[in-house]
Design a protein around this ligand. Structure first.
Ligand SMILES: [Zn+2]
Length: 114
């Protein structure tokens, strides 16, 4: 598939790439597919980013204004790795669904349900 790489798009691609935005997100922002972004990045010879897992999720954490579910979804290093972000249970770092996975205490669950 052909993508029209206008100067603006290439500028935007380069800028977003430098910011460490994922290829999927870059694609969304400039209106091309992720594969087109990847292909263009290679053709442009942009410096391969070492997508370090740690800084991104941490920054993500601090950007939240309130408590959210910190259950990781996906695998660290994957482009779509993220945290659940749901409403956590009081006193727990996870939402109801993920707290159930994190704290397997059937006894408590039964008591709470009763
Ligand atoms: Zn969750």
């Amino acid at each position: 598939m052909d993508v029209t790489w206008t100067v603006e798009r290439i500028d935007e691609l380069t800028r977003l790439w430098d910011e460490g935005i994922t290829t999927a997100e870059i694609g969304r922002r400039i209106g091309v597919t992720k594969n087109a972004v990847i292909g263009k990045v290679h053709r442009l010879g942009l410096v391969p980013r070492v997508v370090t897992v740690k800084p991104a999720p941490r920054r993500f954490v601090f950007e939240f204004t309130g408590p959210v579910c910190m259950w990781p979804l996906g695998h660290p290093g994957d482009e779509d790795f993220h945290f659940c972000g749901g409403h956590p249970l009081p006193g727990k770092p996870y939402c109801a669904d993920h707290a159930a996975l994190a704290y397997i205490r059937p006894k408590d669950a039964k008591q709470n349900a009763a």
